[in-house]
Design a protein around this ligand. Structure first.
Ligand code: GLP
Length: 240
């Protein structure tokens, strides 16, 4: 595992964009995209490189980590819509090859199995971006998640619902259930990049990087992976 500590958020975004750019320029590739606020600066930096330097995503495909259950996909808080508004609409990545779990499926358990298979059949993810929740979750794998879990339904903790309420009109509007790639699914990506900025992430980053490998901090599962980059600003690194 490499831990890259940069002085501010802009430099974090630039380091992560450099890695994604290398993968994208190497030819056809599969990107693992995260939602939440942590990767947004990276997406903006990649869109700038697309506009100004001709960085093309036409050979890329992508899979999202997770989705809310029961939220219409055209609602702006859905991760389907979020990734289009924050990234896909600003580059030449074909929206048709940006896949996400279908949180509106009538058979959610079957949808989880289908999505997990689609990732494997798509050749697996070359580079997976990850944020981290204040409780140490990645994707929506809340504390207690099995370290070998596959894509499945999870129930959000009240802490995660409160953390994510800022994206919704009212705290009660945050769904209780989600579909998320499992920890075992995430571990199959070839390169994991965990992005964290700000002091509110410092405890979770320390637990993920230096704590025991434990289901109590799902992000600690990255210690099991052979190719991990943790890219953080000084505030998020302050408890390392
Ligand atoms: C959500 C997402 C995670 C993300 C986390 C942190 O729960 N499902 O993928 O890492 O939020 O969000 P943020 O980056 O906004 O702090």
């Amino acid at each position: 595992m490499e831990v890259v500590i940069r002085p501010d958020v802009a430099e974090v975004d630039s380091v992560v964009a450099d890695v994604v750019e290398r993968v994208v320029r190497s030819g056809s590739c599969v990107l693992g995209l995260a939602t939440g606020s942590s990767p947004v600066g990276t997406y903006r930096e990649l869109a700038r490189r697309h506009r100004e330097n001709g960085l093309s995503f036409s050979g890329a495909r992508a899979f999202l980590l997770d989705e809310y259950v029961g939220l219409p996909k055209d609602q702006e808080q859905s991760y389907f819509s979020f990734i289009r508004a924050e990234f896909v609409d600003h580059v030449d990545l074909d929206p048709a090859v940006v896949e996400s779990p279908n949180g509106e499926a009538s058979d959610i358990a079957a949808e989880a199995i289908r999505y997990d298979r689609a990732i494997a059949e798509g050749g697996g993810v070359d580079v997976q971006l990850l944020g981290i929740g204040t409780d140490g979750h990645i994707g929506f794998n809340e504390p207690g998640s099995s370290l070998r879990s596959r894509t499945r339904v999870k129930t959000l903790t009240e802490q995660t619902r409160a953390d994510n309420a800022r994206f919704f009109d009212a705290p009660d509007a945050v769904p209780h259930h989600v579909l998320t790639q499992g920890l075992g699914t995430i571990l199959e990506a070839k390169h994991l990049i965990l992005i964290a900025t700000g002091e509110s992430k410092a405890d979770a980053v320390a637990a993920a990087v230096e704590g025991p490998l434990s289901a109590f901090c799902p992000a600690s599962v990255i210690q099991w992976h052979q190719h991990v980059s943790v890219v953080v600003d000084e505030a998020a690194a302050s408890k390392l």
